[in-house]
Design a protein. Structure first.
Length: 184
């Protein structure tokens, strides 16, 4: 094999490796999710998580979610944020409400790498409901509804995991269909 053939071969191997690395993860918001990128690095590419990314920036949580982790993030979609009034969302994104926004967002974060199979196992081991303490001080209740994991916040609001096990270099994302809130 000559030098040019060797370079072409190595490049094709790298492309196949990259493609298979991305293929392990589902697409989210029309974008590939790469297991070698952080939670924030992947989230910024999802067209379904623009509001979440804006909120993470407004709450100054970018560095945290780019750090080593591990984290499990239950990531609400833009459609989930659309269930909040425009007025309330605009208020939350104001600098003076940064602490409240950070608490809401960290109520979607667990300080471990919990794949859906492990969560389902804990739910089964606990008789159908498993408490999930979050970084933000909330306790979510995880249950199974058919083959889907649901999370209920301290206000009785339920979110369903719509895309599970999106692996990241510093944890995992589970996409959810509702914003969860701390006790009010």
């Amino acid at each position: 094999m000559n030098r040019l053939s060797t370079i072409a071969y190595a490049t094709s191997i790298a492309l196949v490796a990259t493609a298979s690395f991305a293929a392990e993860n589902p697409m989210v918001g029309g974008a590939p999710m790469f297991a070698n990128k952080t939670i924030v690095e992947n989230a910024v590419n999802s067209k379904d998580h623009e509001t979440l990314v804006a909120a993470v920036k407004a709450a100054d949580l970018v560095d945290t979610l780019n750090s080593e982790g591990p984290f499990t993030v239950f990531a609400p979609t833009d459609a989930a944020f659309d269930k909040i009034s425009d007025e309330s969302l605009a208020q939350l994104l104001m600098p003076e409400n940064k602490a409240q926004l950070a608490q809401i967002l960290t109520c979607h974060v667990v300080a471990t790498n919990a794949l859906s199979g492990a969560i389902a196992g804990m739910i089964a081991d606990d008789g159908g409901m498993h408490p999930v303490p979050t970084v933000g001080g909330c306790t979510l209740q995880a249950q199974m509804k058919g083959d889907k994991i649901t999370l209920t916040d301290e206000n009785g609001r339920m979110a369903t995991v719509t895309i599970a096990d999106v692996r990241q270099s510093n944890g995992v994302i589970h996409v959810i269909d509702r914003v969860l809130l701390p006790a009010q």
